[in-house]
Ligand binder design. Structure first.
Ligand code: DON
Length: 585
């Protein structure tokens, strides 16, 4: 396409945008004018405000651990290490030492770092490991049991973070988690329900009973004390020996024995070879804001920057939050971005990921050419974009800001809730089922309905593609916001909405977290939304333009975020959809 036609496209996009604006501009919360009785928020929870430090995480005990570390003179990274280990105890469905994740860090002086401690496929892993003789996927094999696990990265990741940035001694950072494991943690209603949900799986994949399953299949209830003695011992070995306390010696022996018992693939060699990787942060701009986020092997950062660039030309603020035009441009951006994700994204150590091209204005402009306000695009037509040089080939988040203004954004995961459900016998922790994040067969959706291609096929020691999007936002060269969430494929769109809610719709951090969310991921070609996210009027107008809308029974996202307010105080916003809690001081 020549320059003139590109210009015409750009002009017609902005004329369309303008017409729509005139038609649809009904004030700040068009939502409320449409139906004054409908609330835009999941809850009326208020943010937590403090001046010296803030920890927002999935569990009140873990947030308290982080704040105690900050009060004892630890910096944000010390607190992050302590919170990661504490979550492994108090939030076993997602907090972990048997999983992996991503760490995004902005120092008070504005230097940025990202650490990739994502799991890797075992050396024995291969493309067809979840297929039967006919080449069909064996249901459940990449999700439950020993074969579902990648080589864990969390312990190595925390060791690396502490080596590079830590202030307090390592043993101090492990102690709170050890205490919680040995003395026990009081189960919340949500944690009790979670453990009850998996009680039969626990029996199926483990050779022995574990402390996660009550004798005789009794049910857990809120207020019960969960004591994790074996995990306590494992954490003590990590406390004493650091990396070697997990990847060597007794913990490694227990893990490998567990794998042998269940015909899993992870060996001593896999554990020895595992190392997390410092990556160059992915940095982008949205209006006056700078975004610091995770590069591949997360797809989250690339996708978030693409999404923001797609919507940047439109007057979202004037249209209003969840006005049909606002939703429409967001859905169409999501459709195109997830199609690209499926086609291009994978482990950069194995495949060339065209990151620069994917976020370049020319490419994005060309991807937007078929956008039409009058009619929904069709996912079967949209597909992944064309880049000429390209060769085909239960998660949890926490945000921390310390007194000095150092900021950490970490998302970490076992993948599904309680991962593969395998508890390493004698070592007392859940293993991940992250292998399902690979494309186990081209075109076959994973547990989040995401489809992948060759770029994300299994290979020995390769990392599986992720959607985790830990992100830090700067305004005027200063720290502004720390954001992230679990939620599988909905992570990217939840982070996108949470950022826009603050930047465009003037919400506080907590309001933005409370606000109802929606999601589109290219395929299946439908928009899911939380009950209450759209008014009847909006639903009808979108449907009349061809959008397929589906109300979700479940909630979307469990955000844990921090905003720096104009007076310099910090507002922690933690998701009322979970046990998530912000603690400040
Ligand atoms: O890395 C990913 O994208 C997934 N393993 C995340 C899984 C997840 O968020 C599940 N929790 N709700």
């Amino acid at each position: 396409m020549n320059k003139l036609s590109l210009l015409l496209v750009a002009v017609s996009v902005s004329i369309n945008a303008f017409c729509q604006e005139v038609k649809e501009n009904k004030g700040f919360y068009q939502f409320l004018t449409d139906d004054p009785n409908q609330k835009p928020f999941y809850s009326d929870r208020q943010g937590v405000v403090a001046s010296n430090g803030m920890v927002a995480s999935a569990h009140p005990e873990a947030s308290k651990v982080g704040i105690d570390i900050l009060k004892k003179g630890g910096n944000a990274t010390d607190a992050a290490v302590a919170v990661q280990f504490a979550l492994a105890v108090v939030h076993p469905s997602a907090g972990n030492i048997g999983g992996g994740g991503f760490f995004v860090y902005r120092t008070r002086k504005g230097k940025n770092y990202t650490l990739d401690f994502r799991e890797k496929a075992p050396l024995k892993g291969h493309k067809d490991m979840y297929l039967d003789a006919k080449g069909d996927v064996i249901p459940g094999l990449s999700l439950t049991g020993h074969l579902a696990s990648g080589v864990p990265g969390s312990v190595d990741g925390m060791v690396e973070v502490h080596k590079k940035f830590g202030n307090l001694p390592w043993n101090m950072l492990l102690q709170p988690a050890i205490d919680l494991a040995e003395k026990g943690v009081i189960l919340t209603a949500k944690e009790a329900t979670g453990l009850n949900r998996i009680k039969n799986d626990l029996l199926k994949v483990n050779s022995d009973t574990t402390y996660f399953r009550l004798p005789d299949g009794r049910e857990w209830k809120a207020g019960d004390l969960l004591v994790q003695k074996d995990l306590g011992k494992t954490l003590r070995r990590i406390q004493e020996k650091g990396r070697a306390g997990f990847y060597e010696g007794e913990t490694a022996a227990l893990l490998v024995a567990e794998m042998e018992r269940g015909k899993g693939f992870i060996t001593d060699e896999d554990l020895n070879q595992y190392h997390s990787a410092w990556r160059t942060p992915l940095v982008g701009q949205y209006k006056d804001y700078k975004l610091i986020t995770m590069p591949p092997v997360s797809s989250g950062g690339v996708a978030l920057l693409q999404l923001l660039k797609f919507v940047e030309p439109y007057p979202l603020k004037r249209w209003g939050w969840h006005a049909d035009s606002t939703i429409q441009v967001m859905i169409e951006a999501e459709r195109r971005v997830y199609a690209d994700r499926a086609k291009f994204l994978g482990d950069p150590d194995f495949v060339k990921v065209p990151v620069r091209e994917l976020i370049s204005p020319d490419y994005l402009k060309q991807r937007w050419e078929d956008f039409d306000f009058n009619k929904a695009s069709e996912s079967k037509v949209v597909k992944g974009g064309y880049i000429p040089t390209y060769e085909s080939l239960e998660t949890t988040h926490f945000s921390i800001v310390d007194k000095e203004g150092n900021a950490v954004s970490v998302t970490t995961t076992l993948n599904g809730g309680y991962g593969s459900r395998v508890v390493v016998k004698g070592a007392g922790f859940f293993m991940n089922n992250e292998m399902d994040d690979f494309s186990i067969k081209p075109g076959v959706p994973n547990m989040f309905g995401l489809i992948g291609s060759e770029a994300n096929a299994i290979a020995p020691s390769k990392r599986m593609l992720s959607s985790m999007t830990p992100t830090i936002v700067e305004k005027g060269k200063k720290l502004y916001m720390v954001v992230g969430t679990p939620g599988g494929s909905t992570i990217i769109t939840s982070v996108f909405q949470t950022i826009l809610n603050v930047l465009e719709h003037g919400m506080t951090m907590q309001e933005s977290v409370n606000a109802f969310k929606f999601h589109h991921q290219w395929l299946p070609d439908k928009t899911t939304f939380e009950s209450g996210a759209f008014t009847e009027g909006v639903i009808q107008r979108l449907q009349s333009r061809g959008y397929i809308l589906e109300m979700q029974r479940n909630t979307i996202g469990r955000m844990d975020c921090i905003l720096v307010r104009p007076d310099g105080t910090l507002e922690g916003g933690s998701d009322p959809r979970g046990d998530d809690t912000s603690v400040g001081y």
